[in-house]
Write a protein that binds this ligand. Structure first.
Ligand code: EAX
Length: 325
């Protein structure tokens, strides 16, 4: 009898120790390098969740494309060989066309409007839709408003863009924007320093932090604050993995990734004035006030493109346009 009790107690203790020791390690991937917007979200998430779940959840961040480009990372998240990713919205395009609405040109006036839509019920529709392609959409962090840089000439009006070879993300809407503007868009996965340096492409478009972190001021002479697209990251998990988690862990992960995203958006925005000054200092020629109305007019008809024709996509784009009018 006594022996049986001791055995049971021992078994229970072992079971507890086993859980604690096994813990859970989350593989989280970003394509960009330390200091990037995606990495700031990832690192903050790691710090916070390891603090909040001592010994239970640990996070290993894979960066600098060590697990592949963004499309390849997303495929591995679908298969649950990677559990989480902080991935730019563009490459989601081939997985779920609804994500195209975020990249609609000149959709959001400012940061506040982007937050209001993406953190609200319309953003939730996008996150929910991702379940069809085996992603659990957790929240949005940001890359930021995208600006054009190039090595050929200053760009003030759409005509200046004519014929420029511009690298774009793997995204049909990004390609359509630059086609409508008269450029020669070339889809290419990140990173693209070598292609810019060797002149395979004349230019690219990305938020200010990219110019700094990837030192594009060394290899790009001109930049224009076009702010043509607000670029988010979609912070996602593998749906299979998510569904295997205990509700308490789901809740903690969901809350913590939102905290990390909110932190990163503020951090990113607070640095833009200094970044602009630094880029000028490095000798870049910057057009701060291009003819935005002329750019807007050139892309005004993109909502009628085939890429928005799926009823679900069209409906959401219209709702966001109403809400941001
Ligand atoms: O964040 O591919 C891109 O242009 C993205 O913006 C890149 O991930 C940098």
């Amino acid at each position: 009898m006594k022996k049986a009790v001791v055995l049971i107690v021992a078994a229970v203790l072992l079971a507890f120790a086993g859980t604690a020791m096994a813990g859970m390690q989350i593989k989280l991937a970003v394509v960009t390098k330390p200091g990037s917007a995606q990495n700031i979200v990832a690192d903050k998430f790691k710090t916070l969740i390891e603090e909040r779940s001592p010994g239970n959840i640990t996070v290993k961040v894979f960066h600098s494309a060590s697990l592949g480009n963004e499309t390849e990372i997303l495929q591995q998240i679908q298969m649950n060989t990677i559990q989480m990713g902080i991935i730019t919205d563009g490459p989601f395009d081939t997985f779920d066309p609804i994500t195209r609405v975020i990249s609609y040109p000149f959709l959001f006036k400012d940061n506040e409007q982007a937050d209001q839509i993406l953190d609200g019920p319309l953003g939730a529709e996008i996150l929910k839709s991702l379940e069809t392609s085996k992603f659990k959409g957790l929240c949005f962090s940001e890359n930021g408003f995208r600006n054009l840089s190039n090595n050929k000439r200053p760009v003030n009006v759409p005509d200046d863009v004519k014929g420029l070879k511009i690298r774009v993300m793997s995204s049909t809407i990004h390609k359509a924007i630059w086609q409508a503007l008269g450029a020669n868009p070339t889809p290419m996965p990140w990173p693209i320093y070598t292609e810019l340096e060797q002149g395979v492409i004349d230019g690219q478009e990305n938020p200010l932090w990219v110019m700094e972190v990837y030192k594009f001021y060394e290899i790009q002479k001109y930049m224009t604050l076009t702010r043509h697209v607000y670029s988010s990251h979609i912070d996602v998990a593998s749906l299979d993995w998510w569904n295997s988690l205990a509700p308490a862990d789901q809740e903690l992960i969901q809350k913590t990734i939102i905290d990390a995203a909110v932190f990163e958006r503020q951090d990113n925005r607070s640095k833009n004035i200094a970044r602009l000054a630094m880029l000028k200092d490095k000798g870049m020629q910057i057009v701060e006030h291009p003819d935005v109305d002329a750019f807007r007019a050139k892309v005004a008809e993109l909502k009628n493109l085939d890429v928005y024709s799926a009823p679900k996509v069209k409906a959401l784009l219209e709702k966001i346009m109403q809400a941001t009018r």
